[in-house]
Design a protein around this ligand. Structure first.
Ligand SMILES: [Zn+2]
Ligand SMILES: [Zn+2]
Length: 454
C-alpha cells in the first residue's frame, strides 16, 4: 500500500509535554489510496447487482468531480494549497468507486467467520483510512461521507438477509464515524494537559516516590486499550482515552500509589528509619499543595472575603510552623549527634598495639562517652588514641577533660571499655585503669582503681 502524505504546517500543532515535543495530526493532507478486494464466495465481478451498483458509483464519482473542489466552502480552500492537484482525484476516480463495492463484498463473505466483527471492522477501517485526509478546515476526505452513507444503506437494506444482530453491530460501528463526536473526543492537547496536571499535583518529591516520576513521564496512559493489529492496514491501533476516562485512570493510579506506598506499609516492612524527616516532608508538601491551590472564599462582601482569606492563611502558617518546629529541632540534634560519625580517614592509620579491639570500635566507644558528653574534642580523642593505643607512651603534657562535674562519670567510661568492649581480660585491670590515669591530668592510678567498678 503506497500512501502519499503532506503535512500541512500551519495546521500542525506542536505540543510541549514534559520537555518532549509531540505533533498532533490535524494538519495532514493525504491522497486517497486504492484498496484491494478480498476473496470469497461472493465475487462482484460475477454479480449483476454489484456491477450495476459499481456503474452507478462511477457515475456519481465523476459527477462529484465536475464541481470538486468548488462543491463547498471547505473544499474550495484546497485550491490555496500548493500541493493540491485535482488531477490526482480524477486519476483515482475508479478506485474510489470500487471501495464501496469491495467493502460490501468483504462484509457479505465474512459474516460467518468466528472473528467476524474484528475482521470486518479491520477491513472497514482500512477502507476508511484509504480515503486519505485534508487538513482541518479543508473539508471531509473526498466522498468519504457518501461512502459511509452508502454503506449504512447497504447494511440497513440487508438487515433481514444477514444475521440481524451482527448487522446491527456493524451499523453501530459505521455510525460512530458519521458523528463528529469521535473526532473532538480524542483531543491530544486536552489529554496531555490533563496528564501533566496530575504529574504536577502528585507529591512525587516525597522520598517515598523518588524515581517514580521518571517512570510516569515515560508511561503515559493515553491509550484506552491494548493496541490491536489490523492486517489490512498493517498497523496496530488503539483507542485514545478521552478526558473523563483518563481522569478515571489517574484517580485509580493515585489511589494505588497512596495505598501501596505509605508510612504504614513501609513501617511493616521495617523500612522507616527516620520518621521525623518523613513527617517533615509531609508537612512541607501539604503546605506547598495548599499554597499552590490558593485561597478562595465564597463570601460575597469583598472586604470580608479578603479578611477571611488572610485569616485562613494566618491559621495555616501558624499550624505549619507549629508542626515543623519540633521536627526541625529533632533533626538538628540528630545532625549534631552524627556530625562526628567515624572519620575513617583520620583513624585508619592508627594501629592498636594495646589490645585486640579494632580502632574504630575504640573510637566509637570513647566518642560516645567523651565527645558526645562534651568532655573532649574529636581532635583530642584521636590524639589520645594514637598515644595510648598505638605508641603506648604518655605525652609530655597530659590530656585534660573539660566540663567534668563528676570524675566518676569519666571513670565509668573507661571501666565500661574494660568490661564491655575489651571483654574484661583476665588480670589486666590495672592496664585499663592506666589508660585513664597515665594519660589524663587529675586521675591517680590508685584512686581510679578503687573506684573503677563503682
Ligand atoms: Zn453482488
Ligand atoms: Zn465539497
Amino acid at each position: 500500500m503506497h500512501r502519499h502524505f503532506v503535512i500541512h504546517a500551519s495546521n500542525l500543532t506542536k505540543i510541549k509535554f514534559c520537555d518532549t515535543e509531540y505533533y498532533n495530526t490535524k494538519g495532514i493532507y493525504e491522497l486517497p489510496f486504492p484498496t484491494n478486494p478480498t476473496n470469497g464466495k461472493h465475487d462482484y465481478n460475477e454479480c449483476k447487482g454489484c456491477q450495476t451498483t459499481l456503474r452507478n458509483f462511477i457515475i456519481n464519482v465523476n459527477k462529484k468531480l465536475e464541481s470538486f473542489p468548488d462543491c463547498c466552502e471547505y473544499h474550495k480552500n484546497l485550491k490555496t494549497l500548493s500541493y493540491f492537484n485535482k488531477q490526482d482525484f480524477v486519476r483515482l476516480a475508479d478506485s474510489i468507486a470500487l471501495k464501496g463495492i469491495y467493502a460490501r463484498q468483504h462484509i457479505t463473505n465474512n459474516l460467518d467467520k468466528e472473528d467476524w466483527y474484528l475482521d470486518i471492522t479491520n477491513y472497514l477501517e482500512y477502507t476508511i483510512h484509504s480515503f486519505g485526509s485534508f487538513p482541518e478546515g479543508f473539508g471531509e476526505p473526498f466522498l468519504f461521507a457518501a461512502f459511509l452513507h452508502d454503506l449504512l444503506d447497504f447494511l440497513n437494506s440487508n438487515i433481514n438477509t444477514f444475521p440481524k444482530q451482527k448487522i446491527q453491530k456493524l451499523i453501530e460501528f459505521v455510525t460512530g464515524y458519521t458523528t463528529t463526536k469521535n473526532v473532538s473526543k480524542t483531543d491530544f492537547n486536552v489529554l496531555m494537559s490533563t496528564y501533566e496536571k496530575w504529574l504536577k499535583i502528585f507529591p512525587f518529591e516525597l522520598s517515598f516516590f523518588k524515581g517514580a516520576k521518571e517512570y510516569f513521564i515515560q508511561n503515559i496512559p493515553i491509550l484506552k486499550s491494548k493496541p490491536v493489529y489490523n492486517p489490512y492496514l498493517n498497523i496496530s491501533k488503539a483507542e485514545l482515552q478521552d478526558k473523563e476516562s483518563l481522569i478515571k485512570v489517574l484517580i485509580e493510579r493515585t489511589n494505588y500509589l497512596l495505598t501501596h506506598i505509605n508510612s504504614f506499609v513501609l513501617h511493616e516492612k521495617g523500612l522507616i528509619n527516620d520518621p521525623d524527616s518523613i513527617k517533615l516532608e509531609f508537612v512541607i508538601k501539604e503546605r506547598k499543595m495548599k499554597l499552590e491551590q490558593g485561597y478562595v472564599n465564597l463570601v460575597k462582601d469583598e472586604g470580608e472575603k479578603y479578611r477571611k482569606i488572610i485569616k485562613e492563611w494566618f491559621e495555616d502558617e501558624k499550624k505549619f510552623i507549629d508542626e515543623i518546629k519540633p521536627l526541625l529541632k529533632n533533626l538538628e540534634s540528630q545532625k549534631t549527634q552524627t556530625k562526628y560519625d567515624p572519620p575513617p580517614d583520620k583513624i585508619s592509620s592508627i594501629k592498636n598495639n594495646f589490645d585486640r579491639v579494632s580502632i574504630l570500635e575504640v573510637f566509637n566507644h570513647f566518642k560516645k562517652g567523651l565527645i558526645d558528653k562534651g568532655f573532649i574534642s574529636e581532635k583530642e580523642l584521636i590524639e589520645y588514641i594514637k598515644q595510648a593505643f598505638d605508641k603506648k607512651i604518655a605525652p609530655e603534657i597530659l590530656f585534660r577533660f573539660t566540663d567534668v562535674h563528676s570524675k566518676q562519670k569519666v571513670i565509668k567510661v573507661f571501666y565500661d571499655y574494660y568490661k564491655n568492649v575489651a571483654g574484661k581480660p583476665h588480670r589486666q585491670q590495672t592496664k585499663y585503669v592506666e589508660l585513664l590515669s597515665n594519660y589524663f591530668e587529675g586521675y591517680i592510678t590508685q584512686n581510679v582503681k578503687t573506684n573503677f567498678n563503682k
